[in-house]
Design a protein around this ligand. Structure first.
Ligand SMILES: NC(=O)c1ccc[n+]([C@@H]2O[C@H](COP(=O)([O-])OP(=O)(O)OC[C@H]3O[C@@H](n4cnc5c(N)ncnc54)[C@H](OP(=O)(O)O)[C@@H]3O)[C@@H](O)[C@H]2O)c1
Length: 276
């Protein structure tokens, strides 16, 4: 199996283009699931305080015997932790729960614009990065206006924007705005809850390449230039989801998948989500 490529972030750090998502795993299963993902070859683990399983992320890393420096750990600051004091406390709590001295990447989980604290939260992440507690800082679920505001008010450009993207929600305008600003787009819920698995373009590409619909969709993300973080509790699918670097979708297949965009969100709209 070919290994996962790394992307260079705008602060000079590197990050695997394909990582492993930890949302919704129970505390009981998380250690086993992440351990098998690390054994399968994943070197980016995407967590969040809100997922309630950060301690198990750390346990899995230690149990794997893989060097800390070889694994890219992401966590996120939840909506109720926006603002200077709470954001600092949130990052310190995540470091302690995971049991590491430094996080590779911390994201503002949602802008929660109705609370109007995301700029202050961003300023706090900038300070924590300067103090060495975080290597890279980014955002999640930010639209173009939120991005412009934090950049204009602080001069600090995020390294990534983690947003919902799948064939039924392609977010081309926002992806272009992120790319123009020089940061990576990382797709969450990359399969879109399977909505496009049975579509003609995905089925045709799967039949031609001998890959599954899920693998075709992950390959589509890679060829668009997205980073992504699929989740699976199943060791076979964990391995399948990494096994996408030995084939390519043609220009026509990419164009056919582009027609599947219907603006369908599986998650909430970032403009209205996150009131305290
Ligand atoms: N920033 C945010 O606001 C945000 C929001 C949501 C998610 N995320 C992050 O993004 C990660 C991924 O999103 P997600 O967990 O919502 O969903 P996802 O990765 O798109 O889908 C996971 C589901 O797909 C199944 N699956 C995995 N591989 C498959 C394959 N090759 N073929 C068919 N089915 C497959 C899994 O089942 P099995 O377990 O049975 O394989 C699971 O039910 C999360 O875990 C989290 O880290 C971030």
């Amino acid at each position: 199996m070919r290994s996962v490529p790394y992307v260079t972030l705008n602060d000079g750090q590197t990050m695997p283009q394909l990582g492993f998502g930890c949302w919704s795993f129970s505390q009981d299963e998380t250690t086993t699931v992440i351990l098998s993902a690390l054994e399968a070859g994943y070197r980016l683990i995407d967590g969040a305080f809100m997922y309630g399983n950060e301690a198990q992320m750390g346990e899995a890393l230690r149990a794997s015997g893989i060097k800390r420096d070889d694994v890219f750990l992401t966590t996120k600051v939840w909506n109720s932790d926006h603002g200077r004091t709470k954001t600092r406390a949130s990052v310190e709590r995540s470091l302690k729960s995971i049991g590491v001295d430094q996080l590779n990447l911390v994201l503002i989980h949602w802008p929660a614009p109705m609370n109007d604290l995301y700029v202050e939260t961003w300023q706090t992440l900038i300070a924590l990065k300067k103090e060495g507690l975080i290597r890279s800082i980014g955002v999640s679920n930010f639209n173009a206006d939120h991005l412009e505001r934090i950049i204009n008010e602080t001069g600090e450009v995020p390294v990534i924007n983690q947003i919902e993207i799948n064939p039924a929600l392609q977010q081309n305008a926002l992806r272009a705005a992120c790319t123009a600003r020089g940061f990576v787009v990382q797709a969450w819920t990359p399969f879109g809850k399977g909505r496009s698995f049975d579509s003609a373009p995905i089925r045709a590409a799967a039949a031609r390449t001998g890959k599954s619909p899920g693998q075709v969709i992950l390959r589509w993300h890679m060829q668009l230039g997205n980073a992504t973080i699929p989740r699976s509790a199943n060791p076979d699918r964990q391995a399948d989801n990494l096994n996408i670097f030995d084939f390519e979708l043609t220009k026509d297949e990419m164009a056919a998948i582009a027609t599947l965009d219907e603006g369908f969100r599986t998650g909430p709209d970032p403009l209205v989500f996150g009131a305290d």
